[in-house]
Write a protein that binds this ligand. Structure first.
Ligand SMILES: CC(C)(COP(=O)(O)OP(=O)(O)OC[C@H]1O[C@@H](n2cnc3c(N)ncnc32)[C@H](O)[C@@H]1OP(=O)(O)O)[C@@H](O)C(=O)NCCC(=O)NCCS
Length: 173
């Protein structure tokens, strides 16, 4: 069987902003998002509308980056990382009708420059993972992570402050 161009196997909507040098694997699903220069997106990653990924990031396979997530430059996202943007999700409104946009409250999340999120981590909405921080594999992050902190566990707790944050991370807006 002849191997096809990977772009044929990826779903990239016309409204996606891809900077030069972005590498996208097969079977990704990207729509309404921005991806910065030289970033790499692994197979089976979904990046939703309004999410943004900075430059020189690596997003490993099977991760989900939802609306409201801002990932700054030089961030590593492991395999199967799940971001959350709705703290109290419901399929329907109180009257039983299907929920539409505006029926739920979006909570944004920031991953600051140079941070790492280990495989299988779950990032609750409304948190900020500080510059250079390291989130352990399988962690459940429910609070802000200080810059340079190593956190792990359920819920994630600070184990130590180790990694030196690089300059250039912007303050929370
Ligand atoms: C959190 C992490 C950075 C800690 O690394 P480390 O400082 O070298 O830690 P150690 O391996 O020395 O373990 C120290 C302790 O933390 C525990 N620990 C390590 N990682 C843990 C994790 N993710 N969750 C809970 N506990 C963890 C260890 O069991 C050990 O406990 P013990 O002293 O009771 O035996 C690392 O284990 C990790 O999870 N890295 C992410 C890896 C990843 O997801 N890579 C993705 C690409 S493949």
């Amino acid at each position: 069987m002849q191997c096809r161009d990977v772009s044929e196997l990826a779903s990239i909507a016309p409204d996606v902003s891809l900077a030069p040098g972005v590498r996208v694997s097969a079977f990704v699903n990207l729509y309404g998002c921005e991806i910065g220069q030289d970033s790499r997106i692994g197979a089976f990653v979904e990046v939703q509308r309004g999410a943004s990924i900075g430059s020189r990031c690596k997003i490993s396979s099977h991760s989900f980056v939802c609306t409201g997530v801002v990932i700054e430059d030089e961030v590593f996202i492991g395999h199967g990382v799940v971001f959350i943007n709705d703290r109290h999700p419901r399929a329907t409104r109180p009257d039983g009708a299907a929920q539409e946009e505006g029926d739920w409250q979006l909570e944004r999340t920031w991953v600051r420059r140079g941070a790492t999120v280990g495989s299988g981590a779950i990032i609750m909405c409304g948190v900020e993972i500080g510059a250079g921080a390291m989130v352990g594999a399988g962690a459940l992050v429910t609070h802000d992570v200080p810059p340079g902190a190593v956190v792990a566990g359920h819920p994630a707790r600070v184990r130590r402050i180790e990694y030196v944050a690089r300059e250039g991370s912007v303050a929370r807006d």
